[in-house]
Design a protein around this ligand. Structure first.
Ligand code: AP5
Length: 210
């Protein structure tokens, strides 16, 4: 299964990818996670990406295409993968097509902007293992501590209100056109995104027939 989770920032792509990766036994490929790890390590990719990410702008396509090319050579990609937050532009989707990366299905999770602002304002993430929480809808067992690895949870730098609004604007301009792109390829399933986390997972499973 080669799956793309498409949707605005905060639609719940990462949350659903976490469940799917266990269920389908294929890796989650989140360019956001890869870039954040690169920034933390101070690699050349991280140095290139940091200012774009902090501002809520997209990292240039050539950087993303290079990152993906390398990631897809890993052994764990042999039986498929879940793209979380990539492709994000038509150029990235065309680059995948040009590399003969055959996508089986694209799940579009659409959520209104005002719900996104609320969700991202309450998000807490684990800087160590990447687990995702929310102060109201997905609380950790111990306040501020990751259930999985016990690291202290953080607020992502790009989850400040002004940056969220910029990320939404960027999504509508650069990423939303992918809905039509994949519709034309007959691969898109629109599943809506205003369910609670568990019901959203049921919708995702239903769409995938699993
Ligand atoms: P990235 O890390 O990909 O961020 P994003 O796409 O903006 O997505 P998010 O991680 O913010 O949201 P999500 O949909 O995964 O939601 P989540 O599950 O966490 O990218 C960050 C930056 O990196 C970009 O701005 C860009 O600069 C750069 N970048 C990355 N990829 C790129 C690319 N391909 N090209 C160019 N630049 C790139 O959920 C959000 C919150 O809501 C959580 O608190 C969660 O618990 C809660 N929640 C989830 N589902 C529900 C629900 N159903 N009901 C209630 N609450 C929910």
């Amino acid at each position: 299964m080669r799956l793309i989770l498409l949707g605005p920032p905060g639609a719940g792509k990462g949350t659903q990818a976490e469940v799917l990766t266990k269920k389908l036994n294929v890796p989650q490929i989140s360019t956001g996670d890869i870039l954040r790890a690169a920034v933390k390590k101070g690699t050349p990719v991280g140095l290139q990406a940091k200012a774009f990410m902090d501002a809520g702008d997209l990292v240039p396509d050539d950087v993303i295409i290079g990152v993906l090319k390398e990631r897809l050579t890993a052994d764990d990609c042999k039986n498929g993968y879940i793209f979380d937050g990539v492709p994000r532009t038509i150029a990235q989707a065309e680059a995948l097509d040009a590399q003969d990366v055959v996508i089986d299905m694209v799940l579009s999770i659409e959520v209104p902007d005002e719900v996104i602002v609320e969700r991202l304002g309450g998000r807490r993430t684990c800087p160590n293992c990447g687990a995702i929480y929310h102060v109201i809808t997905k609380k950790p067992k111990v306040d501020g501590v990751c259930d999985v690895c016990e690291a202290a949870l953080i607020i992502r730098k790009d989850d400040e209100r002004d940056t969220i609004l910029n990320r939404l604007e960027t999504y509508h301009k650069e990423t939303e056109p992918l809905i039509d792109y994949y519709k034309k390829q007959g691969k898109l399933k629109d599943i809506g995104g205003e369910f609670n986390i568990e019901s959203q997972t049921e919708e995702v499973f239903k769409a995938l027939g699993i």
